[in-house]
Design a protein around this ligand. Sequence first.
Ligand code: NAP
Length: 308
Amino acid sequence: MKAVRIHQYGNSSVLKFEDVPVPSIGPDEVLVRVHSCGVNPVDWKIREGFMAAMARHTLPLVLGWDVAGTVEETGALVKRFRKGDRVFCRPDTSRDGGYAEFVAVRTIEVAPAPRSIPLEKAAGIPLAAQTAWMALFEIAGLKAGQNVLIHGASGGVGTFAVQFAKIAGAKVTGTGSKKNFDMLRVLGADELIDHASEDFSKKVRDMDVVFDTIGGETQAKSWGVIRKGGVLVSTVGADEKAAATHGVSGKSFMLVSNGARLEEIGKLVDMGKVSVIVEKEFPLAEAGAAQDLSQAGHARGKIILRVA
Ligand SMILES: NC(=O)c1ccc[n+]([C@@H]2O[C@H](COP(=O)([O-])OP(=O)(O)OC[C@H]3O[C@@H](n4cnc5c(N)ncnc54)[C@H](OP(=O)(O)O)[C@@H]3O)[C@@H](O)[C@H]2O)c1
């Protein structure tokens, strides 16, 4: 099969579009024929070797852990899926991913793909949407009526976070660039703050929850806008000492993918309550350009690689 792999860490020139063996599957796994694969910052972070200390990857490695496609083959123990089923998943990031015609995935990570959108859009959901869901509901415990501040609201994770928080009945404030405000209002943001020209720390206070997808100075300034006892949850690591100084909690996490959670998200998509914003689609052979766009850090929603 065709796949994009790395044989060494480095910039996007280390991505090799090549012929590789079709993966074999275990008894509780499915082989997914990949239609499209979402591109996420973790792809270029792993490619650069930034995660080599925490994740034990064997090179060569197929990148890409955001997949939509159809089931090609099922393991001996698999009952939930059959050949031909439309599925989506965030495969285990320690294994070969979905920049390939086929990927082997544990069934616990797989869910039926939403029927109301094409697979190239569904591929933008599993990683970013589950991250937003886990952060807001499973870690921060966001409830109706609470105030939430979402940093990086226009990004892959942020666009889902805005929608989920709104559905949950929270009052949603987002930080982003002015050019994305119209889109973010449609998704459900109540208040928007332009990170380039405004200082959010002077505009909001007493937040119950801050969802930080940016880190650095943005996180440092966030502690002071959270009410006592409130929580900041970060996709890029929270400074727990700073949190304690402000009488709030700071939580870091890594997404644990879960097909049941993903199925619930897919149902919200089919109910028309959640949309997938796509910045740009590339063919598989142009994975390097897709990653360069992600690495530039200004994506509006998701970047997709078309494999089929
Ligand atoms: N821990 C985990 O399990 C986990 C899971 C998923 C993602 N992540 C991490 O979370 C981060 C975000 O991921 P993503 O997929 O959402 O990234 P992304 O799609 O690249 O989004 C970045 C967004 O942030 C906006 N932005 C940049 N600087 C900003 C600032 N100072 N204030 C507000 N918005 C700003 C950008 O828009 P403009 O620059 O145009 O304003 C862009 O829309 C990445 O570092 C990723 O690796 C971690």
